[in-house]
Design a protein around this ligand. Structure first.
Ligand SMILES: *[C@@H]1O[C@H](CO)[C@@H](O)[C@H](O)[C@H]1NC(C)=O
Ligand SMILES: *[C@@H]1O[C@H](CO)[C@@H](O)[C@H](O)[C@H]1NC(C)=O
Ligand SMILES: *[C@@H]1O[C@H](CO)[C@@H](O)[C@H](O)[C@H]1NC(C)=O
Ligand SMILES: *[C@@H]1O[C@H](CO)[C@@H](O)[C@H](O)[C@H]1NC(C)=O
Length: 251
């Protein structure tokens, strides 16, 4: 929560500076004028199977906003306000087609100073492209995938949560410490169209290890295409990876 608050403050301060300098030289005396700073929040509204759903994030955000508004020295003559939009579709799924529509609606109706969310990888992607295009900060814990860092078009995103790149760096740290140079990666394959938490998490490990020239091998199996012979997989890992290090990831 404090990280979020700090970010809000940082972001607010930067924007205040930008706004103040814009006011300089204009003819409107803005001495006792209160500007609303709108934060556009796009998150799953009800479905708490998403780690950054509104019921989890909302109370912290509201507390941070109240805290900033209660202290006139933090953002003088400004008032923080949030506008919320749901990124769920009718089935309660965090939807990559709903989230960008919400972003466009909020942008043109309220001209927000920043976006909070969206809270899922697939929804963050299109909204991240829009916010970069608009030059509006997008603050989210829901964009941990490596692609958000590798691709140059997501310049507006500030991550407030752990990213999968950091997970990879952490694993590398362990490898260096113990002198491990070979790696066996047990991976599941899915045909999901929605959130692929395990896929993205493993991607973080995989890319970091490749940069370190650590040998990787992968085993692909599909759980929903008949029974998987797990003991066979384990034997394969034992033979090929020499049991130095294993990563298991199941959905
Ligand atoms: C600013 O305006 C508000 C009402 O709009 C008033 O209550 C307040 O006293 C004013 N403050 C100053 C410093 O003039
Ligand atoms: C919540 O989201 C999960 C994961 O996408 C989905 O399987 C589930 O049906 C949703 N639940 C509700 C109540 O909408
Ligand atoms: C990995 O291998 C490449 C090519 O052999 C080499 O240029 C690079 O320095 C290596 N990286 C590390 C971290 O050892
Ligand atoms: C699974 O694989 C092991 C080792 O290859 C084999 O001995 C066993 O019969 C297999 N089990 C099934 C159910 O196919």
């Amino acid at each position: 929560m404090f990280l979020l608050l700090l970010l809000l403050l940082c972001c607010g301060t930067l924007l205040t500076c930008a706004k103040t300098s814009r006011h300089q030289g204009s003819h409107t005396p803005a001495h006792n004028h209160t500007d609303d700073i709108i934060l556009a929040v796009i998150l799953p509204q009800h479905n708490t199977s998403y780690p950054w759903a509104w019921p989890r994030v909302g109370p912290a955000l509201d507390r941070a906003i109240a805290h900033v508004n209660a202290d006139p020295t933090l953002l003088p003559r400004h008032h923080l306000r949030r506008i919320f939009a749901n990124s769920e579709n009718r089935d309660g799924i965090c939807s990559e087609s709903i989230a960008p529509l919400m972003a466009v609606d909020l942008k043109f109706e309220y001209n927000p100073w920043a976006f909070i969310g969206p809270g899922c990888d697939y929804t963050s992607s299109p909204v991240g492209l829009f916010t970069a295009h608009w030059g509006v900060p997008m603050i989210t814990a829901g964009a941990p995938a490596v692609a958000f860092l590798l691709m140059e078009m997501y310049t507006s995103i500030t991550n407030t949560g752990p990213t999968h790149k950091k997970l990879g760096e952490y694993a590398l740290h362990l490898y260096r410490h113990f002198g491990w140079h070979q790696h066996a990666l047990l991976m599941f394959s899915d045909t999901k169209m929605g959130e692929r938490a395990c896929y993205f998490a493993l991607e973080g490990l995989y890319t970091e290890m490749h940069e370190e020239n650590i040998t990787t091998m992968d085993l692909v199996f599909e759980e929903n295409k008949g029974p998987v012979n797990y003991s066979e997989l384990l034997h394969k890992i034992k033979d090929d990876g020499r049991g130095e290090w294993l990563v298991f990831c199941f959905a």
